[in-house]
Design a protein around this ligand. Structure first.
Ligand SMILES: [Ca+2]
Ligand SMILES: [Ca+2]
Length: 381
């Protein structure tokens, strides 16, 4: 029995050593990929007010200063201290989201695989923040005390990173009720980590009849929130769904979570395809035009909702549209289509230069989910 205890003790000590070693590596800001420690570079260490602030833009942040408090510094001697909310404007009021935009200038972004940033929250309330680089963004809860946020760049999605044109990286702190108390954060050690792996550039094949089947994570790159977005924390959230209950074709569908603002107001219920990322409709007209556009949508709300699908021309006009009502927990009907000939008429024979297809949902003040299975063009049987 003693022997077993001794063995267990050795195992426990070994396990603890491994955990401590990993935590130390983590605390030192190292990031490994395939067990290799990646090279990293400090993008902003907030060492002097001049260097820290010359590469930043602060929106809605009343106070940003350089702090020397060693408790909060994780790199060099100084860090950035921000207080987006000094005092409430009036009882019951909310303060807005606060955004810090970094304009990186001292690092090449060729091959960047991760960004990281250390945030110390000296208050007792957890805060919600979004760390974003172009189309890649992630929501985090910043707990009281020390936090390190890691943003993984899906380089297949962000091919343009390789042209070094990553124009801004941002950290947005969610606004809230002033009763939550003062918002105060310390930020330091904003770093990028270079990749040691290759990636396969992603392209969408628009020569096929199904332009989007939402089978790949990369397909998320081609859909956007549309209309006036009230907050990044409540804009529509896109993800690839794998639950076959909400798939009509292929292996995935686009899941869209519609959300409300922290004050309970409805954020935009509109989404659309990226500009000029569709197949060539004129080529289908040349083949006789006996085709239709199809875009099955599932309503996962427990009540009926309305949907209008609008086709935008290159001149940004809503040229053509169709509307329907989708019952609770149902797909749009098979007749919810746009015929190519109908579209051609709407374009008055000037050529089918379609810029974007937009989905305008309506009748859902509450938060909920819809799924878009695919967007494609099919021959009329
Ligand atoms: Ca520093
Ligand atoms: Ca699909």
């Amino acid at each position: 029995m003693k022997k077993i205890r001794a063995i267990l003790l050795v195992i426990m000590i070994c396990a603890t050593t491994i955990i401590v070693a990993s935590l130390q590596a983590y605390a030192q800001g190292e990031k490994s990929s395939n067990n290799q420690v990646l090279d990293s570079e400090v993008i902003n260490g907030f060492e002097s007010r001049k260097t820290a602030l010359s590469s930043l833009r602060l929106d809605n942040i009343n106070k940003a200063t350089i702090s020397q408090e060693s408790k909060y510094v994780t790199q060099g001697k100084n860090c950035l201290h921000i207080c987006p909310t000094d005092e409430p404007i009036e009882e019951g009021s909310y303060y807005r989201d606060s955004k810090i935009i970094f304009y990186p200038s001292n690092a090449s972004f060729k091959g960047v695989e991760y960004f990281s940033i250390d945030i110390y929250n000296p208050t007792e309330k957890a805060r919600t923040v979004i760390f974003a680089a172009e189309a890649m963004s992630k929501e985090y809860i910043v707990e009281p005390g020390a936090n390190t946020l890691w943003l993984h760049l899906d380089r297949a999605r962000l091919q343009y990173v390789y042209t070094n044109t990553l124009s801004e990286i941002s950290l947005t702190i969610q606004g809230g009720d002033w009763k939550m108390g003062n918002l105060e954060l310390y930020i330091d050690n904003f770093r990028c980590y270079y990749a040691d792996t290759d990636f396969v550039p992603y392209t969408n094949d628009f020569s096929q009849d199904v332009w989007y089947d939402f089978n790949e994570e990369c397909d998320l790159s081609w859909m956007l929130a549309h209309g006036t977005i009230k907050s990044v924390f409540s804009q529509p959230l896109f993800s690839i769904n794998r639950d076959i209950s909400y798939i009509k074709s292929g292996e995935g569908s686009l899941r869209v979570d519609f959300r409300n603002t922290i004050q309970g107001a409805q954020d935009t219920r509109y989404i659309r395809t990226s500009d000029n990322q569709l197949g060539n409709l004129n080529s289908y007209m040349e083949k006789g035009g006996e085709y239709y556009l199809s875009f099955p949508v599932y309503n996962a709300y427990d009540h009926e909702i309305s949907l209008s699908v609008l086709i935008f021309s290159n001149y940004n006009d809503e040229v053509h549209g169709v509307s329907t009502v989708i019952p609770a927990n149902s797909w749009t009907g098979d007749d919810f289509i746009v015929t190519l000939k109908g579209l051609d008429e709407a374009f008055s024979g000037s050529g089918l230069d379609v810029k974007s297809i937009a989905f305008y949902f309506d009748g859902m003040p509450d938060e909920g989910t819809v799924y878009v299975d695919s967007i494609g063009i099919y021959p009329i049987q």
